[in-house]
Design a binder for this molecule. Sequence first.
Ligand code: CTP
Length: 430
Amino acid sequence: MTNQENLPGNGAADDGPLDLSGKHIVLGLSGGIACYKAAELCRALIKAGATVQVVMTEAAEQFITPVTMQALSGRPVYTSQWDSREANNMAHINLSRESDAILIAPMSADFMAKLLHGRADDLLSLMCLARPIDKVPLLVAPAMNREMYAHPATQRNFVQLNADGATVLGVGSGFQACGETGDGRMLEPEQILEDVVAFFAPKVLAGQHVLVTAGPTYEAIDPVRGITNLSSGKMGFAIARAAREAGAEVTLVAGPVGLPTPRGVARIDVRSAQNMLEAVVGRAQAATVFIATAAVADWRPAAPSAQKIKKDGSGQTPQLVFTENTDILATVAQSPAAQAGRLFCVGFAAESQDLAENAEAKRLRKKVPLLVGNIGPDTFGQDHNALLLVDARGRTELPKASKLSLARRLVQEIASRIALAQSGKKVGTS
Ligand code: CTP
């Protein structure tokens, strides 16, 4: 069989609807220099499929014009509670009732203080107060100088804002427009988008702690050379993101890759298979799901040289002797937590041919309830993949799609198997 015949789907990738398709977001801007990032955020929300209604405070208009925001959102911007374009002159009621969420980015320290007191002397604060609290969520992305951010009043206000039912998205750290460096920068538009998408995702893994391995490993030959492989880590990083979106606490143990860490995920960088094993073994006992996507080197040089191996001019090539690396997945699958059914283990199989047969054999050999097969050479480094899930009940094909949409589907498949196992029906390896 060829690689192509083996693939679950050979057609065009089916990535489904956009992340925010069908969502109507009110994007509120309060006064702060981070308003320049709100323009980019507006574009990002629209690109993700949302419709966006911009509402600006008077202070926000000092930093960016409604013209810019109207052009980007494709809708007239609202700035006043006295806006006569609304037939009933109640923009605060109409706009909040229509929306799936109100997102305030940037949220200034002053605007937050206003929200906490339930003050409503401009359209945006009026809308926040008038929104049906259980139907229209409020998400806020603070932006302020580091001293303002660290002030006890501000920190107290964050706690109260959360208690009042808002979702505070956190802040970035680094160089600030005022010239100082510290916490309080508004998150980057892509980070806010990731948080908004996660906010709307069904929480099928709430209460779970997911441990993921991703990327290649690097096995040193000497201080400047080593052996690695073509794994990009993209699938594992997408799974970590999808698991976090689904409400899990996620730890990602990553081999040497330059990918950005998904929002809300704890990342541990490792280099060799032995480093990865050490990082995983202890943590696996606190986890409830272990997903091994890493392309772990099967062998490492038995005795890496402490110094760079030099050519001696004789034409002789160095003789490398290898030793086998411990199988991390098989080790975790044999651990007390996995054996007691407290830890659901998922393996990956990167094959070059006979996907179904190899995946099934690997599942039994590694003693895991679920094995996910893919064709390594077709997917390494790519943004798309196709997966074949193999468990005791049979095979499930996930046809070609982006790694993120496959990761989301896989997370659903894992969640349904955990739910099934918890409902008393056995999901065994046999
Ligand atoms: N794996 C692991 N530790 C290893 C080797 C593999 O945890 N030392 C995990 C991988 O993360 C993956 C699964 O085992 O989830 C299968 O990896 P793969 O490289 O496809 O299989 P191998 O066990 O190496 O078998 P083979 O090389 O014979 O295909």
